[in-house]
Design a protein. Structure first.
Length: 228
């Protein structure tokens, strides 16, 4: 069975893990999954002894497909996480130029509209705020303002083509900013699903390990199988 099929098998159960019970992985997920897959093999060999102590052995059978489901969730999350990292790198490369372009427009607009009171106030308002989001919005508002009042810009030999450039730059930078921030929060749905899958598998593995430690407390070779 593929990892995606494992996920589909467990999707509803994973989604129904209560938010209050969700745990975050305390070690790399790939390492954790590998250890539970090994636990599934070892516990299956000891199935009868564990069952005799009261373990519900269906937990053993669930380890492998649940491990596959977690691998699937982890792969999806890492795909988004890496895309976010790439977007952040692109933002770091491109945003200084975008800020510089915005500042150049503000410089030109401030001079061009210096004697037009209501438009000057709009330029002053656009100048407020220096965050990434402000810059993206400023580029769009400057383009709109310049397109509405082109004559004063033409009078100072401002290249009106820069208005279209500003609008396009605002659009591209807004997409990049969204990609940079989109997966950042703990509330990201794909990450939450990964954490729920981890929680479910970790709880099953914990129960099996507890029984193994109980049953094989005098068997050193087998006992070590049941420690993470």
């Amino acid at each position: 069975m593929s990892y995606s099929e494992d996920f589909e098998q467990w999707k509803e159960v994973i989604e129904n893990v209560p938010a209050k019970d969700v745990k975050l992985p305390n070690l790399p997920v790939d390492d954790f999954v590998a250890s539970t897959e090994t636990l599934a093999v070892d516990a299956n060999e000891d199935r009868d002894a564990l069952a005799a102590a009261g373990l519900d052995v269906t937990l053993i059978d669930e380890l492998t497909p649940m491990s596959g489901a977690l691998r699937y969730c982890q792969a999806n999350w890492m795909s988004i996480f890496r895309a976010r990292e790439e977007a952040q790198n692109q933002w770091k490369e491109q945003s200084p130029g975008a800020f510089e372009f915005r500042d150049e427009l503000l410089h030109n607009f401030s001079f061009a509209y210096r004697n037009i009171g209501d438009v000057k106030k709009k330029v002053m308002r656009i100048r407020e705020g220096g965050s990434n989001a402000d810059m993206v919005q400023d580029l769009l508002e400057l383009a709109v303002l310049g397109e509405k009042y082109p004559a004063p810009l033409t009078a100072i030999n401002f290249d009106l083509e820069k208005l279209a450039q500003s609008r396009a730059l605002s659009h591209s930078m807004s997409e990049l900013l969204a990609a940079s921030n989109g997966a950042a929060g703990e509330g990201n749905d794909v990450k939450v699903l990964r954490d729920k899958a981890y929680t479910l598998l970790a709880d099953k593995a914990r129960i099996i390990r507890e029984y193994g430690q109980y049953v094989f407390w005098k068997d050193e070779n087998k006992l070590k199988r049941y420690y993470a």
